[in-house]
Write a protein that binds this ligand. Structure first.
Ligand code: KIV
Length: 254
């Protein structure tokens, strides 16, 4: 297999697996030099970089452009690039677009959904491309799902998400993001899973690892911060402070 993937798999249950998003060269290089295990060029770049209201506006061209900048920066981490909405509507399209992402330097691709995407995940894996799956809250489906809300609160929904986990494992995904599920469900899924689970908004210490959006972590997007985010920096405050200090020192010619 792939040594970078082997290193992630070896950590399962032994050490927490870390994954952060990056969408540009300097951020990706800083995170790689900090020793993050996986860097995700998430389609959250639609909001964080491009000013769209959600991820449903993101295209393959956006992902290729940002993915290439990140891949150029990273030496050690596993680079995962998201397949955006409608780029994997059929198994053939999924494989063709996954190959385009691998061609710009991705080590793996990510797509959203379980049972409904089993054939696409299997097709990509059969083409030799590692897949990170994504179950629970699926941001590309928020319009159909009626917005962002915690998943798995009812027995039916928890059972459906469990079937999604089983489907992505059967299809050959090497690891799986569990987004915004009831925390006890994330812990149950982790006990059940033969592949690493990577949580976001799914509780602390419920999964084999965690993924976070870099802007949420460092305070880089002050206009919206999800309730579950742990903000450990204030990059937006620092940019505003530096800009104000610089403007207040500008002088007219004598
Ligand atoms: O696009 C993204 O950043 C993601 C994470 C929230 C997992 O999919």
């Amino acid at each position: 297999m792939n040594p970078k993937i082997d290193a992630i798999l070896a950590k399962k249950g032994n050490q927490p697996i870390s994954q952060l998003t990056a969408y540009d060269y300097p951020t990706a290089r800083m995170l790689d030099e900090a020793g993050v295990d996986m860097i995700l060029v998430g389609d959250s770049l639609g909001m964080m970089m491009l000013g769209f209201p959600d991820t449903t506006h993101v295209t393959m061209e956006h992902m290729l452009h940002h993915g290439e900048c990140v891949a150029r920066a990273v030496k050690n981490a596993l680079v995962v690039v998201d397949l955006p909405i409608h780029s994997y509507d059929t198994p053939e399209l999924a494989v063709a677009n996954a190959r385009r992402l691998m061609a710009i330097g991705a080590d793996a691709v990510k797509l959203e959904g379980g049972v409904a995407q089993e054939d696409k995940i299997r097709a990509i894996v059969d083409a030799g491309i590692p897949v990170q799956a994504h179950i629970g809250l699926l941001p590309q489906s928020i319009k159909e799902d009626g917005g962002y809300r915690m998943k798995g609160k009812t027995d039916e929904e928890a059972a459906a998400i469990t079937r999604d986990l089983d489907a992505v494992i059967r299809a050959g995904a090497f690891c799986v993001v569990i987004e915004c599920t009831k925390h006890t469900l994330a812990a149950e899924l982790t006990r059940r899973s033969s592949i690493p689970t990577i949580g976001i908004g799914a509780g602390a210490a419920t999964c084999h690892g965690e993924v976070a959006v870099i802007h949420d972590l460092v305070g880089g997007f002050p206009w919206f911060v999800p309730g579950f985010a742990r903000q450990l920096g204030n990059v937006a405050g620092e940019i505003t402070r530096a800009a104000n200090e610089w403007m207040s020192n500008l002088k007219l010619p004598e």
